[in-house]
Design a protein around this ligand. Structure first.
Ligand code: GLV
Ligand code: MN
Ligand code: MN
Length: 421
């Protein structure tokens, strides 16, 4: 079995890694930020430009482009059999504020490369193949994240969507020209998502790619802390109801609770909103946004209970009122074992080491897994860095991963099993 240290596979690949890489870099130029990354928050002008570019590329590749009510974009390459269910492949083009060039984008553009490669080779498939760009996977501008894929599988309460700074999801879709067909329904056979690992395991194992067995659960909470605005120079410390100091005490106490419950419980406060956000006013309102992850829902339930007690205690100590609400719940997911075997067989056929691993990050594949057989392939991330402009995967590894994806998608779309399964 080959590892990244030995020679590249000699068999002529179907896909073109150089073309995929060029498309990744062209896409990265939209919303480019210092350090080599991109910022394309959902439904902003940058997102519109990225969507337009993707739609043009998909049309050039002979796909019909369809948009659904959540703004999800599907580039569909027809199959030979009328009404055959679609082999769906993709990810997301939106990014974090300090995003990299690969998170999500790789999965969309690798799907496109699969279609381009099939066109080059003149290969027809029985099943249609569609490449999808899911809307607002990252959940930065609108909560919950995974919005488009949750909506697609019927697991979204659209009325509960929360936009930052008053942004309205459906109004923003209209504004950028991606309010789609509310009646669009697709019959999907299975879903593949190629993604960067965003963690260190594959690099440690010296493997270019890995087959993902499952994704840990994710819950998002908002703690809203109400104190009193007061003058910073005249209000004695003991007379204050300081929402930010209460938030700080809460943050430290909750992190300690998380560590005590399980060393694997991932607890993050990635967003804080302080009001009125003025240097010389004691802040009367602070909101903390918590991201919590674990593979075991019981651990997350236990944290939720502890959190309620901690909030009660700290609120009393700090003379504030605090309430908590849950903004997102994504259950832990196990992926389809037959599709994992299919990806492993395609890697094996190319003499590529592809260990099985777990995903620490959330993905649109979690939504899809609730309704259709779903699988994910990871490509090695340098230093495990992601949600950071320094995110990087080697071009050769990206090309290998895309080729494995293409072989798996093709085998599914022609209704055959690859060897070695
Ligand atoms: C998305 O990238 C997430 O894991 O939060
Ligand atoms: Mn992603
Ligand atoms: Mn991400």
């Amino acid at each position: 079995m080959d590892t990244q240290l030995t020679k590249q596979p000699t068999r002529q690949p179907l896909t073109r890694g150089d073309r995929l890489w060029a498309s990744l870099m062209d896409m990265a130029a939209i919303g480019a930020i210092a350090g080599g990354g991109s910022c394309r928050l959902s439904l902003t002008n940058e997102d519109k430009l990225a969507r337009d570019l993707f739609a043009n590329w998909a049309r050039e590749a002979g796909c019909g482009v369809h948009v659904d009510r959540y703004g999800n974009m599907f580039g569909i390459r027809p199959g030979r059999l009328s009404n055959a269910p679609i082999v769906l492949v993709g990810s997301h083009l939106d990014t974090q504020p300090h995003g990299g060039r690969f998170d999500g984008v790789l999965g969309v553009l690798a799907g496109l490369e699969v279609i381009r490669a099939l066109n080059d080779a003149g290969i027809e498939t029985d099943h249609p193949i569609a490449v999808v760009n899911w809307t607002n996977e990252e959940g930065v501008r609108f909560k919950p994240g995974l919005t488009g894929s949750k909506g697609f599988v019927g697991d979204l309460d659209a009325a509960s969507l929360q936009g930052t700074e008053g942004a309205d999801y459906f109004a923003e879709l209209e504004r950028i020209g991606y309010a789609g067909d509310p009646n669009l329904r697709l019959n999907v056979l299975c879903y593949y998502e190629l993604h960067i690992e965003q963690g260190p395991s594959l690099e440690q194992e010296r493997a270019r790619v890995g087959v993902v067995a499952g994704v840990q659960g994710v819950r998002w909470f908002e703690i809203d802390i109400a104190g009193k605005d007061a003058h910073a120079g005249t209000t004695p410390i003991v007379a204050r109801s300081d929402s930010f100091m209460a938030a700080s005490a809460l943050a430290i106490a909750l992190r300690q609770s998380a560590i005590s419950l399980s060393p694997d419980l991932r607890f993050t406060i990635g967003r804080v909103e302080v009001s009125p956000n003025s240097t010389n006013t004691v802040p009367g309102r602070t909101r903390l946004f918590i991201d919590l992850r674990h593979t075991d829902p019981a651990i997350m339930d236990a944290f939720k209970q502890t959190m309620a007690h901690v909030i009660e205690r700290v609120s009393a100590q700090e003379h504030v009122q605090a309430s908590v609400s849950q903004l997102m719940d994504v259950a832990p997911v196990r992926f389809d074992t037959e599709m994992q075997a299919r990806l492993a067989a395609c890697a094996h056929a190319l003499e590529v080491l592809a260990p099985t691993l777990e995903s620490g990050a959330m993905h649109d594949a979690s939504s899809l897994a609730s309704v259709v057989p779903t699988a994910m392939l990871f490509v090695q991330s340098r230093d495990g860095i992601s949600h950071n402009p320094r995110e990087w995967s080697e071009p050769g590894h990206v090309a290998t991963a895309c080729e494995i994806l293409a072989q798996a998608v093709l085998s599914h779309a022609i209704g055959s099993m690859p060897e070695h399964t």
